[in-house]
Design a protein around this ligand. Structure first.
Ligand code: MG
Length: 367
């Protein structure tokens, strides 16, 4: 389970030119950020509608303050455009030593957000570590700070990638502990994928098309077929730019439609109203827990569905997101389950149910 950290044994401290006097330069009461690149190894080759891969780069962050350490993480799947290099370049700009009070989350996160446009995973790595730190200072887990019931986190789905029917059946057998499965569609093998799974199990399925369907009439036919097969929602069925087609599809679809690639952060939700039935919130898209909480609140207030998603991540970021579970109808929090070199102990999945750690902050412990 535990594994050596492969790339760098030492966390790089986020030193600044003005703090070059060596040891003791951070002896004030400000916070100190450090970070370390790491490479996650996927148990199975992961295939989406556009690409396949075996590893995912992440950046592990820590914020130190008054003897406490907050843990964070950036995950950089290649299609989002961030990398070890871009995240490190961003984190070098971050000077948390100027902040003497970690509880000023709004101010600190506004500062982080203003350092550069984009860089959402890099920003999330600071935001998550900051939340972990503040929860530890408060001696409470975030679900409690937010007033949320950890028993109401939806069962997580487990993702089965696009593959041959035989491999899909094998992966479905391996997914026996989970109560809901997620499948990646958008190839010409869609029906064969679903039928292969249905030979093994009648568990509810959710479907992520990753923009793979181009024709709305065919998409609607497919959704009716999927409904008969026990599918519960369809995520990002059509291209992001196909707004009118998507609104038509949502109006006619017997299943809820969920936006994923079509949104980034809180400001995008309003334009999706009437186009999709719900949103998939991911920490690496929106920039962290603070933005994710805002998004869940906004969507809930607009009577839109909320799904919590993740990238391939360690238990750090996945557990951070699970604290919001009570605000969601669906959870797809399996990123840590798809890797074989996790470096944190955090949420547990027992018979498909998400069990949040009863520890302060986000509740993860390095292994
Ligand atoms: Mg998706």
């Amino acid at each position: 389970m535990s594994s050596a950290l492969v790339i760098s044994p030492v966390f790089k401290s986020c030193a600044h030119a003005t703090d070059s006097s060596g040891a003791g330069a951070y002896s004030g009461n400000g916070m100190q950020l450090s970070y370390k690149p790491y490479e996650l190894e996927l148990t199975h080759v992961f295939t989406l509608a556009g690409s396949s891969r075996r590893t995912t780069p992440v950046m592990l962050t820590q914020i130190h303050f008054e003897g406490f350490t907050g843990y964070g993480e950036a995950s950089m799947p290649p299609y989002l455009g961030e990398s070890h290099q871009t995240v490190e370049a961003f984190l070098k700009k971050v000077d948390l030593t100027q902040f003497k009070d970690p509880f000023q989350l709004e101010e600190i996160i506004e500062y982080i957000d203003g350092l550069a446009p984009g860089n959402y995973a890099a920003k999330a790595s600071v935001d998550i570590a900051l939340h972990d730190l503040v929860g530890k200072l408060m001696k409470q887990p975030w679900y409690k700070i937010w007033g949320l019931n950890p028993q109401k986190v939806p069962d997580t789905s487990f993702t089965i990638g696009i593959d041959t029917p035989e491999v899909v059946k094998e992966k479905t057998r391996e997914a026996a502990p989970y109560n809901i499965l997620k499948i990646k569609l958008g190839h010409d093998t869609d029906k064969a994928m679903v039928e292969a799974i249905r030979e093994i199990t009648d568990k509810p399925l959710c479907v992520d098309v990753n923009q793979g369907w181009k024709d709305r009439e065919k998409a609607l036919d497919m959704i009716y077929w999927l409904e008969e097969k026990g599918v519960v929602f369809v995520e990002q069925p059509m291209p992001v730019e196909a707004i009118e087609d998507m609104a038509w599809l949502t109006a006619n679809s017997p299943l809820p439609t969920i936006a994923d690639e079509a949104l980034q952060g809180p400001a995008d939700i309003q334009k999706l109203y009437g186009v999709y039935d719900g949103i998939n919130i991911k920490l690496m898209k929106c920039g962290g827990m603070r933005a994710a909480h805002k998004m869940a609140s906004i969507a809930g207030g607009m009577n839109m569905k909320v799904m919590l998603g993740c990238m391939t991540e360690t238990s750090c970021a996945v557990t951070a997101m699970a604290h919001l579970g009570h605000l969601a109808q669906w959870a797809d929090l399996d990123g840590n389950l798809l890797i074989n070199n996790d470096v944190f102990d955090g949420l547990r999945v027992v018979k498909g149910k998400v069990i949040l750690p009863e520890r302060p902050g986000i509740g993860v412990v390095p292994v």
